[in-house]
Write a protein that binds this ligand. Structure first.
Ligand SMILES: [Zn+2]
Length: 293
C-alpha cells in the first residue's frame, strides 16, 4: 500500500504532504456501488483527510464532514496519523443535474466541519467553514486559511472508471509561521507551472514526482512517515445496533413487523450484518414506546 510522503523546507516555513491514493480509493468502493460523481468527490475527500492526518501527531485522527444542499448531501472522510482511513457518501447514486458540468455542484452550498480527535478526549475539537466550491480542494484550503490561518495549496485528483477508480492522489502545501511574501509569490508562480494533476498521475507519476517542481525550487528535506495508508472500517455489531437505535422506534417497529431477519449494510465498508427478529425486539425494548400515528 502507498505511503504519504512528507517534506519540510530547510527554513521550516513550507511543509508538504503528497500521496497516490488510487488503491485506497478502490478499496473504498470495492463493496459499495457508487456513481462517478460520488466516487470522485468521496475519493478527493479521503485523499485530503489522509494528507491532513499525516501532519498530526501519533495517536491523533481527524474527520472532514462536508454537508451540502446538492445531490450528494453528505460526504464524510476520517483518517488517523497512522494512515487508517474510511469514508462515507450519503447519496452514493447521485448524479449532476442535466447540463451541469462542475462537480462542485454535487455538494452545492453548505459547510465543511473538521473535527480533531485526541485519544483521551471525549469530544473532538471542531471548526467549520462554508463550502467555497464543493470541489473539496478549495474547501479544504479555505478551512486551513480561515480556521488555522495557514495559507495553502491543496491539489486533489480522482478519475472514476465504470468499476472503481483509475487514478487518485494529491498534495497539500502549507505555509508555516515565519514565511515571507517572496515565498508566497514563488509558490504561486510554481503552482501555475505545474501540469494537470490527473494527467500526471495517469502517466505514472509517484507521490514525490507530483511535487517535484517545488522540490527543485526550494531546499527541502523529507520527514520520515513510515505508515501505509489503508482503508479500515472498524465496524461491528454493536455499532450497527447503535446506528439502528438512532433511526428511532418507528423504523425498528417496521423492521420487527416484517417478521424476517433484517439485513443491515455498513455504509462505510459494505459489510452485511443480519439481525434476527428477537434481537430487534430486545433492541426496541431499550427505546421508549411511542404512539403509532
Ligand atoms: Zn464497516
Amino acid at each position: 500500500m502507498a505511503k504519504v510522503r512528507k517534506y519540510l523546507s530547510k527554513d521550516g516555513t513550507i511543509r508538504i504532504s503528497t500521496v497516490i491514493s488510487t488503491d485506497l480509493a478502490n478499496d473504498a468502493f470495492r463493496y459499495l456501488e457508487a456513481s462517478p460523481l460520488a466516487k470522485v468527490i468521496t475519493s478527493r475527500a479521503m485523499t485530503a483527510a489522509v494528507l491532513m492526518a499525516s501532519q498530526l501527531k501519533e495517536g491523533l485522527s481527524l474527520s472532514l464532514n462536508f454537508q451540502g444542499n446538492g445531490p450528494l448531501k453528505t460526504i464524510f472522510a476520517s483518517a488517523s496519523y497512522d494512515g487508517s482511513t474510511r469514508a462515507y457518501c450519503e447519496n452514493r447514486g447521485a448524479e449532476l443535474p442535466p447540463g451541469v458540468r462542475n462537480v462542485g455542484a454535487g455538494l452545492g452550498n453548505g459547510a465543511l466541519e473538521v473535527a480533531l480527535q485526541q485519544p483521551h478526549d471525549r469530544q473532538p475539537q471542531t471548526g467549520a467553514v462554508e463550502l467555497l466550491s464543493g470541489e473539496i480542494g478549495d474547501d479544504v484550503a479555505y478551512y486551513l486559511g480561515q480556521s488555522q490561518q495557514i495559507p495553502s495549496i491543496v491539489a486533489l485528483a480522482a478519475l472514476p472508471l465504470d468499476e472503481g477508480i483509475e487514478v487518485a492522489g494529491g498534495y497539500i502545501i502549507e505555509l508555516m509561521p515565519g514565511y515571507t511574501d517572496a515565498t508566497v509569490q514563488k509558490l504561486e508562480n510554481l503552482s501555475q507551472m505545474t501540469g494537470g494533476l490527473t494527467d500526471r498521475i495517469q502517466q505514472g507519476a509517484t507521490a514525490e514526482e507530483l511535487i517535484d517542481t517545488y522540490l527543485m525550487n526550494f531546499e527541502f528535506e523529507e520527514i520520515e512517515h513510515p505508515y501505509e495508508i489503508q482503508y479500515r472500517c472498524g465496524c461491528n455489531i454493536e455499532r450497527v445496533e447503535r446506528s439502528l437505535l438512532l433511526l428511532g422506534p418507528t423504523t425498528l417497529d417496521d423492521m420487527i413487523a416484517s417478521s424476517e431477519d433484517s439485513e443491515v449494510r455498513c455504509e462505510f465498508c459494505g459489510k452485511l450484518y443480519t439481525l434476527a427478529t428477537d434481537e430487534l425486539i430486545s433492541l426496541r425494548q431499550t427505546l421508549p414506546t411511542t404512539p403509532l400515528n
